[in-house]
Design a protein around this ligand. Structure first.
Ligand code: GLU
Length: 520
């Protein structure tokens, strides 16, 4: 089924290699899902490596954010800094001696060299290149020189870096599993720093070194790294290591095709999705829809895909070779739609559990209230994100202020609204006292009879009473909400009557105010 040739001996191993920036980027989650799908499909392993060579200090919370995000999505790793494994340590800052030895060996092999150029000299060189309209590239002043020789020249610094010697000729061809062969001229790539003067490696040494050391068979990473791959391939070549298979994945982008940045776009962070009340299964479903086609067995047309699916379906149908390389737009409308579906699929008990933290945050302390389950069951049809739940159910638990003008339905005035509400009050009293009990069907029947008695014939006229009309606003304080008679049943006769009474007074005020201004 897969279009990827099986050339790897031994277990398939993929890694996610995030830098601890303080959050898990949604693009990393996309990659992790792709890795997990591919690894599971090949009964392989998914490994987590923390690339923390850019910072001097270990920041526990920054790593936690990565773990939390992946675990929330249900994307588990079998080796990593927190769970250990045979090829650790999995935190690059704990592997410095390995990289330092590798850099030294590369220098001995003549594939890398020390560079003593001071930052000022490099700056000066860059400015001159700019002035001459040349691409910025290290001019190899230090190449082939001993320390003593270099010392004679200006712009010398005591603490050297190590630069990789890129071949000045030839090309590197990357057999990208998604994009096909990509060929890059070696001469376009400068001699990159692989070991910094403080003894820390750069990404260009640490990543290929670890991909080999950790027996990674398939590298997947965002397309922004394509130009780095020829550098890494030089390192594999110098050591005589077989490079892993590689796929440069499509980037996730905004609807306007811009980059998703953590400063401007809150959805850059996986934690945002959790905080907004998305369910992890909906996020997985959504990310999966960007990388896999899941056929719909109920549709005779094989080109029609299924919209709703889970991780198992993704694993079953994933084909790395068929991933479309173009940028993938993060469409929150579609995600909202999927999330609404996931919310409706929850058992009411599960929904209550998931909504509880959102209620607490909104200071709606109603977790133990028996009205919560039926109220949420009604709202379950409508809410798209768990975060909407407190606002959606709050009126079940407290009388809320609203603008009296909402009580006057479209096409009517305050007097007419008052008339309708007075008649409704009588109907409500009758049902409350009646034998059928305070139940939605009884309320519905009674209000249907009332509408007839009042001569409300068209849907529009009846809407003045129920729909978005005076009864809905009197009972809920809003013009939109769940089915009204079910809502009234949950609220109970006392609450409904109390709220209607308050609404009658508000309307009376409005009606007499209107009269006064008419007289004036
Ligand atoms: N540390 C890099 C990142 O954060 C990893 C790139 C790669 O996967 O090679 O994107």
């Amino acid at each position: 089924m897969s279009t990827i040739p099986d050339t790897v001996s031994g277990p398939v191993r993929l890694r996610l290699a995030p830098s601890p920036t303080g959050f898990l980027h949604i693009g990393s989650a996309f990659l992790a899902l792709l890795d997990v799908a591919f690894a599971k499909q090949h009964r392989g392993q998914f490994i987590l490596r923390i690339e923390d060579t850019d910072q001097k200090r270990f920041v526990a919370e920054a790593e936690e954010a990565i773990y939390d995000g992946l675990r929330w999505l249900g994307l588990e790793w079998s080796e990593g800094p927190d769970v250990g494994g045979d090829y650790g340590p999995y935190r690059q800052s704990e592997r410095l001696p390995l990289y330092q030895a590798a850099a030294e060996e590369l220098v001995k092999m003549g594939r890398a060299y020390y560079c003593w150029c001071s930052p000022e000299r490099l700056d000066q060189m860059r400015r001159e290149q700019q002035a001459r309209k040349l691409p910025p590239k290290y001019d190899r002043l230090c190449l082939g020189k001993t320390e003593a020789e270099r010392k004679q020249l200006p712009g010398y610094t005591e603490r050297p870096v190590v630069r990789l010697l890129m071949p000045s000729e030839g090309q590197t061809t990357i057999d990208d599993l998604i994009r096909g062969p990509i060929t890059i001229e070696n001469a376009l790539i400068q001699d990159t720093v692989i070991l910094k003067s403080d003894g820390y490696p750069t990404y260009h040494l640490a990543a290929p070194y670890d991909d080999h050391a950790m027996r990674i068979t398939h590298i997947t990473r965002g397309e922004e790294w394509i130009s780095s791959t020829p550098i890494h391939w030089q390192i594999f070549d110098a050591f005589g290591w077989e490079p892993p298979a590689i796929a440069h994945t499509p980037l996730l982008i905004n609807a306007d095709r811009s980059k998703i940045s953590k400063r401007k776009h809150p959805w850059a962070k996986v934690s945002w999705f959790r905080d907004e009340g998305y369910l992890p299964e909906a996020v997985i479903n959504y990310l999966g829809s960007l990388m896999v086609h899941v056929p719909d067995p109920n549709n005779p047309d094989p080109s029609i895909d299924r919209d709703i699916f889970g991780l198992d379906d993704i694993v079953r149908h994933f084909d790395l070779g068929r991933v479309d390389p173009s940028g993938k737009i993060v469409d929150l409308d579609k995600l909202n739609w999927l999330n609404g579906h996931s919310i409706r699929a929850l058992e009411i008990g599960e929904l209550i559990d998931k909504v509880r933290p959102f209620l607490e945050t909104a200071r709606l302390h109603v977790a133990g209230d028996p009205k919560l389950a039926p109220a949420l069951a009604l709202e379950q049809e409508r809410i798209k994100r768990l975060k909407e739940a407190p606002e959606a159910v709050s009126f079940f638990f407290r009388d809320e202020d609203y603008d009296a003008k909402l009580l006057v339905p479209r096409g009517a005035d305050a007097n007419r609204a008052l008339e309708l509400l007075r008649a409704s009050m009588q109907t409500v009293e009758e049902v409350a006292a009646g034998e059928t009990g305070w139940k939605a069907p009884a309320l519905e029947a009674a209000f249907r009879a009332l509408a007839e008695r009042l001569g409300l014939k068209t849907g529009k006229e009846r809407g003045q009473l129920i729909g978005a009309g005076v009864m809905r606003v009197a009972v809920t304080g809003r013009t939109v909400g769940p089915p009204l008679f079910e809502t009234m049943e949950i609220l109970g006769a006392d609450t409904v009557r109390r709220r209607m009474q308050a609404a009658l007074e508000m309307l009376a005020g409005l009606a007499s105010g209107a009269q006064r201004s008419a007289v004036r």
